[in-house]
Design a protein around this ligand. Structure first.
Ligand code: ZN
Length: 313
């Protein structure tokens, strides 16, 4: 089956030399070569996004008729890995029984700032409820199985050989070796923007720290943070100039109204900085409903998902 899919894609790529995306967009019955073996199923779009976003892993996907699911396989750091697609949760076989507990790995990340004034009463109530300590503890989260395989973050001992010390905008930091290159690219883009943007100049001048790797759980939960993998970085300034930077700190001061903190009332990195990160596959925590304005996280699959046509429409 896998061979069939590969053969088909190979033939298709000769006819449609553009990317897989272009191919899928332009796919229609009449375009299909008559002699091509027809794949029994098309790889789900989100799975294709994941495979493309981590292309250096050479992820292979095969539909397993018996299990009625896509099985994905790849090798990393000398170890073979097998996961079930599980409608996008990417789970090892033994976790299929708990699939309801997990979010999808590839989900819609929106890079639009919502003005709290536009929140409905229901949204406000939901955010308030979500922000309570009790609910944070039991909230579901991004399934980490795939990421643990990518970054070797099963344990601190297995991960730390892949954590390296570097500098970002002059500040010492420790990151996973896999994000070193995209992070260097972000830095180059920010330094370029500094030449023309006074805001970026101030941002760099006022940068106090660039903390990335830290083996810890997400604030108020039992889940591992992406800082624990060394793929999230917090950029903190020396001064917030009166702005709030993190929803949870705002909640501690004002448990009922933190979600109504206006956009102007929050400290923000300049747009050029956010764009530099996004262009290299990092999402910004400031776009989350529970905003974390200092936080950037390497998720090329979410940036790729955001750019798909379906998401733009
Ligand atoms: Zn953070």
């Amino acid at each position: 089956m896998l061979k069939t899919v590969i053969l088909f894609l190979l033939q298709a790529s000769l006819i449609f030399p553009a990317s897989g995306w272009e191919f899928r967009k332009s796919k229609s019955k009449s375009d299909e070569p008559k002699q091509a073996p027809k794949p029994e199923r098309t790889i789900p779009e989100d799975l294709q996004i994941l495979m493309d976003s981590y292309s250096n892993l050479k992820i292979q996907a095969e539909f397993d008729k018996e299990k009625n699911d896509w099985i994905i396989k790849f090798e990393n750091y000398g170890h073979p890995h097998t996961f079930h697609w599980a409608e996008g949760s990417v789970l090892p076989e033994e976790e299929l029984i708990n699939r309801e507990e997990y979010w999808h790995v590839v989900y819609k990340y929106s890079n639009e700032l919502r003005d709290p004034k536009t929140f409905t009463d229901e949204e406000i109530a939901r955010l308030k409820e979500y922000g309570t300590v009790k609910n944070r503890r039991k909230a579901p989260g991004t399934p980490m199985f795939f990421f643990d395989a990518v970054y070797s973050s099963y344990s601190r001992a297995k991960l730390e050989p892949h954590i390296i010390t570097t500098k970002f905008l002059g500040k010492g930091t420790r990151v996973h070796e896999r994000i070193l290159e995209p992070l260097k690219n972000v830095e180059a883009k920010i330094l370029k923007a500094e030449k023309t943007s006074p805001e970026v100049k101030v941002f760099i001048k006022e940068l106090k720290s660039a903390a990335a790797y830290n083996w810890r759980q997400i604030d108020g939960t039992k889940r591992k943070s992406f800082h624990s993998l060394g793929i999230a970085i917090d950029l903190l300034p020396v001064a917030y100039h009166g702005g709030e930077v993190f929803w949870s700190w705002a909640r501690d001061k004002n448990p009922d109204k933190w979600m109504m903190t206006s956009i102007k009332g929050r400290w923000m990195p300049p747009k050029e900085v956010i764009d530099a990160f996004e262009s290299e596959g990092f999402i910004w925590g400031g776009y989350w409903a529970i905003w974390d304005n200092m936080h950037f996280e390497y998720h090329p699959e979410l940036i790729a998902k955001m750019k798909t046509k379906e998401n733009i429409d």
